[in-house]
Design a protein around this ligand. Structure first.
Ligand code: C5P
Length: 236
């Protein structure tokens, strides 16, 4: 990113993996560290933006100059994000949102019974926040740029790209940042918690995909620069 290229812009970023409670002491979670989302917040701040960071628990410290809003569950993330979206010029959905949550939250700790039946956890779907953000893009803010993330695996690279293109169209966001997880590699080991990332950024407007590899901050700078370019074009 370049200094000042997002001056005067409000950028809303979500980061981290949501936690879906089962009982007062247990939750279903995922391996997201929040590092890529925090790097995006740092890159957007460096580019002069005002940043709201809505975040699930993180493995790294978020930047102190962002407006921080901690949340835990997907439903909390949804409420906070839809509220903050009203004034955002850019929304970056880097959070790993749980697709499902336990249908009920036990008020007491679920007990281990030596002779009873094994407990069964029933899951219900969480709303797709990214799809809602695209649907709710307000009439007075048609210029709002919405960015999604995806970690794709495929039998081969071409397969993964076709799948990612389909996801971009299905979600309707302007940009989709695709983590490249190749075949035969331990995908979750490669993406989650690491300090480096390798992405391909797909555009709904049909412009050529942009590749970026390096530290999560370097990748964030490329994403932020591309966002600034798209905003510039839209306002012409
Ligand atoms: O469909 P998939 O989970 O791969 O899509 C990932 C993108 O969608 C990410 O940007 C993620 O933040 C967002 N997402 C969401 N709400 C969900 C699930 C994913 O906004 N319930």
């Amino acid at each position: 990113a370049e200094p000042g290229e997002l001056a005067g812009r409000h950028v809303l970023i979500t980061a981290g993996g949501t936690r879906e409670p089962l009982d007062p002491v247990r939750y279903l979670g995922n391996k997201s560290s929040g590092k890529q989302g925090v790097a995006l917040a740092e890159a957007a701040l460096a580019a002069g933006a005002q940043v709201t960071l809505i975040h699930a628990p993180l493995d790294v410290a978020p930047p102190a100059t962002a407006r921080l809003q901690p949340i835990e569950t997907a439903l909390e993330l949804r409420a906070a994000t839809l509220a903050a979206a009203a004034t955002a010029d850019v929304i970056i959905m880097a959070a790993a949102v749980a697709d499902f949550r336990p249908a009920t939250i036990s008020t007491g700790k679920i007990k281990k019974r030596d002779h009873g039946e094994d407990p069964v956890i029933t899951l219900v779907r969480n709303p797709d926040i990214l799809v809602e953000l695209v649907a709710h893009r307000s009439a007075q803010n048609q210029q709002q740029l919405i960015v999604g993330f995806a970690a794709e695996t495929g039998d081969d690279e071409a397969d993964a790209r076709t799948y990612a293109q389909a996801k971009l169209r299905r979600k309707g966001c302007d940009l989709l940042v695709v983590n490249e997880v190749g075949p035969g590699e331990s995908g979750s080991e490669r993406v989650f918690g690491q300090d480096n990332n390798h992405v391909e950024i797909l555009s709904l407007d049909g412009s050529s995909p942009v590749q970026s590899a390096g530290s999560k901050r370097q990748v964030a700078d490329v994403v932020v620069h591309l966002i600034a370019q798209k905003l510039g074009k839209n306002s012409q």
